[in-house]
Design a protein around this ligand. Structure first.
Ligand code: ADP
Ligand code: TRP
Length: 328
């Protein structure tokens, strides 16, 4: 691999089926950028333990995310694909960061505040979550971290943590940059709130046709001037990067189509259904064929883990030396 390529790193939690918000907010960028960067993409399985404590389900989800990554077009020849738990150095570094970080600092994290608003007794893993994420990123000297808007603060915490470590122990970690698509920001769910696995408001990325129809028909249509905002916002995603919605006639623009069909929610939703189906069908087919060879997927994941570990353990040697625990 050439030395001058920037290092790109990101991951998603195996906490449920990925949805179009995950795809347009984060995963799509992994695919587009994999060639021009040295790329590390992983499955954040230890992070998922903060909310998922069902071993059977977790195991299945991990395998599913590995298949999803391959189905969207990540190529193990370009990308190191692995699961977090195969590299124990992530946990080791997280502990060192926990000893450098104060409680009031972490209390400011939005994700923690949201968790606390929902449950009075938040687990320690949820509180420490950003420091494990900082370890995920900093162990690999990542330059850029493509994530959705909601993860921006976590990448900033990783940056602050790198700065703090460097100040205390001397220059060790690179400062990572979040990479966020400005034209996507937050994809709304079918209830108009942020689309999220935990909220049951998603359009799954590999949904079957009937499921797509059901999801789109239940998108809430609190319209402003006859344009159903959530339907339109979701539809816009399928018209990005020159991708042409099949529902449009030649030369037509999505916004004109919505203006021409003001107030006609059924027509607009049916057009969206067609466009989502056209987009998802080939991805779903590819996913099905990859899923047939489970052993090959596991082998790929295991090999990715070995490659990632080689890099992480070299960095960790340096960290142990810096903090003063390495005697031999
Ligand atoms: P979820 O909130 O559905 O559990 P994750 O926390 O696993 O999703 O997020 C995986 C990636 O997808 C992250 O980079 C996150 O920022 C992005 N993402 C999640 N939901 C959305 C959304 N509704 N819009 C845009 N990006 C999103
Ligand atoms: N917190 C991220 C999410 O919920 C997942 C994640 C864990 C991650 N570690 C990371 C993303 C490191 C980017 C880099 O989506």
């Amino acid at each position: 691999m050439s030395k001058d390529r920037k290092i790109l790193l990101s991951g998603i939690q195996p906490s449920g089926r990925p949805h179009i918000g995950n795809y347009f907010g984060a995963m799509k960028q992994f695919v587009e950028l994999q060639k021009e960067h040295e790329t590390f993409i992983f499955i954040a399985d230890y992070h998922a333990l903060t909310t998922l404590q069902n071993p059977k389900e977790l195991k299945q989800n991990i395998l599913n995310v590995a298949i999803d990554y391959l189905a969207i077009g990540l190529d193990p020849k370009n990308v190191t694909l692995y699961k977090q738990s195969d590299i124990p150095e992530h946990m080791e570094l997280a502990w060192i960061f926990e000893c450098l970080t104060t409680v009031p600092y972490l209390e400011r994290a939005h994700a923690f505040k949201d968790a606390q608003a929902k449950r009075s007794e938040v687990n320690v893993g949820t509180f420490n979550y950003p420091l494990l994420m900082a370890a995920d990123i900093l162990l690999y000297d990542a330059d850029v971290v493509p994530v959705g808007q909601d993860q921006k603060q976590h990448v900033e915490i990783a940056r602050d943590t790198a700065e703090k470590f460097n100040r205390v122990y001397g220059e060790t970690f690179k400062l990572p940059q979040p990479m966020i698509l400005s034209d996507v920001s937050v994809v709304p769910g079918i209830d108009g709130e942020k689309m999220s696995k935990s909220k049951g408001n998603t359009i799954p990325l590999f949904a079957e046709d009937a499921e797509i129809e059901k999801c789109v028909m239940s998108i809430v249509t609190d319209s402003s001037g006859g344009i159903p905002k959530n339907v339109h916002e979701i539809h816009t995603l399928f018209a990005l990067d020159g991708h042409r919605p099949t529902s449009l006639s030649d030369g037509a623009r999505l916004d004109d189509f919505y203006a021409q069909n003001e107030g006609k929610y059924k027509i607009l939703k049916e057009a969206l259904i067609e466009d989502i189906k056209t987009f998802i069908r080939p991805l779903r087919e590819k996913r099905k064929s990859i899923a047939e060879d489970k052993e090959a997927v596991l082998k790929m994941l295991k090999e990715g883990g070995l490659r990632a570990r080689a890099k992480a353990s070299a960095k960790m040697e340096e960290v142990r030396e810096k903090v003063g625990v390495k005697l031999y």
